[in-house]
Design a protein around this ligand. Structure first.
Ligand code: NAD
Length: 282
């Protein structure tokens, strides 16, 4: 029976480290600040925002929400982001996406200052992830997977890691973060042939497809580490991951639950980035 890798354990361990950093910053007269930039009020964004504020304020990070109406012009949003970039009390910026259809994300993503880009929207930070340059900010979710594996003592060096999903939000940057840690990576996607076999061959399987419970026992081998990044709503309206826990838990060695797994750690990584940005601002 698989052991559960719980997000809360990772969050608690990270909290201890971060509280020390925030104290240290406080002694130097700096309170780390997060700006949450939201256009409109999608329920998913509001829910993530509440979680992020709770996590960050619990660590002593000051959060401010910049909410704009859905019909704000692109230029007005750019002007506002530039104002936030220039605000010395803000060290990290989180911008919710997708933006309304009349805006070009490919323009907006360049506007967020790379030094404050806590969730890796600016191509400068994306490039740093691909270069293996740790001076930038990786996207929070892939880094949360790395935190999870590190916390549970799973050394990926030399291991076969298969990732289902090639998005720029999860799959691609995660493959780079794990490659940097010397894993041998296979990235799968909708055109991958023999998906089940490829997944079975891995030592570590990471599901980030966004397909409710698609990973069954046909994808998993005995003792495998299974990380579920998916956050989906099933046909009954319940939150579930990409992994069918019931079918997989007899086979896997370690597995992350949904909810209570990777998603729980994501806001801690966001907080970690804000604190690092605040340290960098001194
Ligand atoms: P996406 O839709 O942008 O990308 C999904 C990827 O999975 C694509 O590359 C696609 O090729 C691949 N894929 C989809 N169906 C597949 C299939 N049947 N077989 C093989 N490959 C398949 O999604 P995303 O933004 O990368 O998010 C993926 C999942 O992670 C979603 O469930 C999302 O909600 C979740 N997510 C969680 C967090 C978190 O905080 N834990 C953050 C971001 C995304």
């Amino acid at each position: 029976m698989a052991l559960l890798m719980k997000g809360s354990e990772v969050v608690n361990a990270m909290k201890e480290r971060m509280l020390k950093d925030v104290e240290e910053l406080g002694r130097k007269g700096v309170t780390p600040g997060l700006a949450i930039v939201r256009v409109g009020a999608r329920p998913d964004d509001l829910s993530y925002e509440r979680g992020a504020i709770k996590r960050c304020e619990g660590l002593g990070i000051k959060c401010r929400v910049f909410e704009y109406p859905e019909d704000i012009t692109q230029q007005d949003l750019i002007d506002n982001i530039n104002g936030i970039n220039a605000d010395v009390t803000v060290h990290g910026i989180l911008l919710f996406r997708p933006l309304p259809g009349h805006m070009d994300e490919n323009v907006i993503k360049h506007v967020i200052s790379p030094e404050k880009d806590a969730d890796c929207l600016n191509p400068v930070n994306v490039a740093k992830v691909f270069e293996g340059d740790e001076t930038g900010f990786a996207p929070c979710t892939p880094e949360a997977v790395v935190e999870m594996l590190d916390h549970y003592g799973i050394n990926v060096a030399g291991k076969k890691v298969t990732i289902i999903g090639r998005s720029l939000v999860v799959g691609k940057p995660l493959s780079m973060l794990l490659l940097k840690k010397h894993a041998t990576i296979t990235i799968c996607h909708t055109k991958t042939k023999n998906l089940e076999e490829t997944c079975k061959e891995a030592d570590i399987l990471i599901a980030a497809a966004g397909k409710a419970r698609m990973v069954t026992d046909a994808y998993v081998s005995e003792g495998q580490v299974v990380v579920d990044v998916g956050i989906n709503v099933d046909e009954n309206g319940n939150l579930c991951g990409d992994v069918n826990l019931e079918k997989v838990e007899r086979l896997a060695g370690l597995i992350t639950p949904v909810p209570g797994g990777v998603g729980t750690v994501t806001t801690s990584v966001l907080a970690k980035h804000v604190i690092r940005a605040a340290k960098g601002s001194i």
